[in-house]
Write a protein that binds this ligand. Structure first.
Ligand code: COA
Ligand code: AMP
Length: 635
């Protein structure tokens, strides 16, 4: 394989793969440790690997206290920018440290200690970040649940994590809609088998929540506590659990450690995003997603940057220039968001005329992730902004980029549609179903040779069995990413799609399997399938195919309204499940496998081959007719 000549990148990459202990051991010197690790990498129990075993540190200390002690106390650590409430609030490192210490004291007051779980179900308000860091401060394990998930999803996470407390807020604000969180929280607790001892509620002025005496505590009262110091924890102790969609309706609790995570966060800020301490970094995501965990909270603070917590959308609050206003107001150096945000901006402002109205001179680079960035959107953003636009590929599981342009180290030539190279630390390979490595240009399963670098998942919460069976068993010695793609002649990675039933809607990871479970629970539904079909803004949206039970007399439109409502109620509005079609039967192979990919291709207007294994080819024509009746293919 030839590679584009890039001496710095190549050297660093090679070191990271050939001498991982030396590479990461040196990198770890940048982190504050109470006690140094005994071994950089403990590989004595494959496929379980542990980084920096024996090391003792505190992630909150690294993110806050250290900077105050080193003279950054007055620097802004966090900017809360909320167009939906017309609020801008800034916290210096000292203020944030002191507030987090009081919150940690509040947690201790209600009996939370090291290893206890705390679920955080919050909108994008500073208290969410404060609560996360407060958990880290006392060694409690946080599990943030995205606010757009409905009660049932929250309940399943409560059941799995068994939190001692939940921290939430009275409401979220979706542009001009108030979403009351408290009824959703109460319903989730009701549904779960593990009621937490306490729920701490931030009362927002937009909607007050009714508190349950004995269980619920008002945030203000909770914060009236003696500040708590950082508790030293083991490098391999868990920092957080973050649930993500798997191939079934049961979410997977991705487990992150403290030591490896802190090392990877700091390294990635400098070397991937190319930022320096003191600069303003903005990840326009949500703290409920991994991007929010890593790049709103831990990484920018670990490096001593200013981070932005933005409560709003990329467009419409108040205008298509919403992002540009934030960049110019706060002097953002590097922006990280999802391609969907840019597609939405482009739709509203194709000529980019709002861009010219703001001073964007501080902005050096734009990073995109969450889904493959289509070359059109990438070119549009690059042209309008006049800066490098970098697509990079990662997952909740890895916690930071697997593939990307390691721009802080050396900006490599950008190939639109590719996420550039495997990032140092990741030995990425492409293999066929038999486990054989494929030559350049051939598409196959994208896998990562073990061990994964620091910062990646160390397992699933209390579920080693599923950790191994989901990621490690299929190709021994490798971690299976679940993505398909290829590596080209220049060593560039091309991520082409999932090998399972996960879809990405507006940068949000969703399981179509989970939606199928909901549809199947409708009394009139005999069989169903959900496919991700192309959408000009959200990338992909789910589309339901429903076969009714014989003898059903209910109006079809009503059944479709029912199932749409059920998905919204059981999974949440974030599923964006708004379309379904009733069909006579689903196309299947003779062995009974539903041909979801073929249905997707029909809906997208793409060419497809009639599989030789299909049981009845006429079903494909019927599917095409049903789809055409609801406007598909859209092109
Ligand atoms: N609480 C409650 N509901 C929520 C929610 C939350 N925290 N977040 C989203 N929702 C709702 C939305 O209101 C919407 O409801 P609707 O169907 O009634 O309109 C639904 O969930 C889908 O939300 P979303 O996918 O965000 O679509 P949108 O049309 O509201 O906005 C974008 C689309 C592209 C403008 C928006 O997703 C965006 O700005 N994304 C960029 C950043 C990003 O999300 N990155 C994620 C990973 S990096
Ligand atoms: P999540 O865990 O929500 O971050 O989703 C991870 C999945 O999103 C990956 O496994 C990919 O399928 C997809 N993904 C994320 N970033 C990219 C990217 N830059 N290019 C292609 N796919 C991506």
């Amino acid at each position: 394989m030839k590679t584009i000549q890039s001496s710095i990148f190549e050297t660093v990459y090679r070191q990271s793969i050939e001498e991982p202990e030396k590479f990461w051991g040196k990198t770890a010197e940048e982190v504050h440790w109470y006690k140094r690790w005994e071994r950089v990498l403990n590989g004595s129990r494959p496929p379980f690997y542990r980084w920096f075993a024996g090391g003792i540190l505190n992630s909150c200390y690294n993110a806050l206290d250290l900077h105050v002690e080193n003279g950054r106390g007055d620097q802004v650590a966090l900017i809360y920018d909320s167009p939906v409430t017309t609020t801008i609030k800034k916290f210096s490192y000292r203020e944030l440290r002191d507030t987090v210490a009081r919150c940690a004291g509040g947690l201790k007051k209600i009996g939370i200690g090291k290893g206890d779980r705390v679920v955080i179900y919050m909108p994008m308000i500073p208290e969410a970040v404060i609560a996360m860091l407060a958990c880290a401060r006392i060694g409690a394990i946080h599990s943030v649940v995205f606010g757009g998930f409905a009660s049932k999803e929250l309940a399943s996470r409560i059941n799995d994590a068994q939190p001692k407390a939940i921290i939430s807020a009275s409401c979220g604000i979706e542009v001009d809609r108030i979403i009351e969180y408290k009824p959703l929280l109460d319903a989730a607790v009701e549904m779960s088998d593990n009621a937490p001892e306490h729920c701490v509620i931030v009362q927002r002025p937009e909607a007050a929540a009714t508190l349950r005496p004995g269980r619920d505590i008002d945030w203000t009262e909770f914060m009236d506590a003696v500040p708590a110091d950082c508790v030293p924890v083991g490098a391999t102790d868990p920092l957080y659990i973050l649930y993500t969609s798997g191939t079934t309706g049961v979410p997977k609790g991705v487990l992150r450690d403290n030591g490896g995570h802190m090392v990877a966060m700091k390294w990635s800020m400098k070397n991937i995003y190319g930022v320096a301490p003191g600069e303003v970094f903005w990840a326009a995501s949500d703290v409920g997603w991994v991007v929010g965990h890593s790049y709103i909270v831990y990484a920018p603070l670990a490096l001593g940057c200013t981070t932005i917590l933005y409560e709003g959308k990329s467009v419409g609050t108040p205008d298509p220039g919403a992002f540009w206003r934030v960049i110019s107001d706060h002097g953002v150096s590097v922006l990280f968001t999802a391609p969907t945000a840019f597609r939405a901006i482009r739709r509203e402002d194709p000529a980019g005329k709002y861009i010219g109205r703001y001073d964007l001179s501080s902005l050096r680079m734009l990073f995109l992730a969450g889904e493959r960035c289509d070359p059109d959107t990438l070119a549009w953003a690059q042209e309008r902004l006049g800066i490098p636009v970098i697509d990079h590929w990662w997952q909740t599981e890895t916690g930071w980029a697997i593939g990307g342009n390691v721009a802080g180290l050396e900006l490599l030539p950008i190939k639109p549609g590719s996420c550039t190279r495997a990032v140092p630390g990741y030995d990425v390979r492409v293999i066929n179903d038999e486990g054989e490595e494929l030559p350049a240009g051939e598409t196959g399963n994208i896998v990562i040779r073990l061990p994964l670098p620091p910062g990646c998942l160390t397992g699933l919460w209390q579920n080693d069995r599923d950790y191994v069976s989901t990621y490690l068993a299929e190709f021994p010695g490798y971690y299976v990413t679940g993505d398909a793609g290829y590596i080209d002649e220049d060593g560039y990675l091309w991520i082409m799609g999932r090998t399972d039933d996960i879809i990405n809607t507006a940068g949000h990871r969703l399981s179509t399997g989970a939606m199928e479970e909901v549809l199947a629970s409708h009394p009139d539904v005999a069989e169903c399938a959900v496919c991700g079909v192309s959408d000009p803004v959200k990338g992909e949206i789910p589309l339901g195919f429903i076969v009714l039970k014989a003898g059903t007399t209910k109006d079809h439109a009503e059944i479709i309204r029912d199932v749409i409502g059920m998905v919204r109620e059981k999974i949440g509005p974030i599923a964006s499940f708004k379309k379904a079609v009733i069909v006579r039967r689903l196309p299947k192979t003779r062995s009974g496998k539903i041909l979801r990919r073929t249905m997707k291709k029909i809906a997208d207007g793409e060419e497809y081959r009639v599989p030789a294994t299909i049981d009845d080819p006429t079903t494909l024509d019927e599917i095409a007719q049903s789809l055409s009746a609801i406007g598909y293919p859209a092109k």
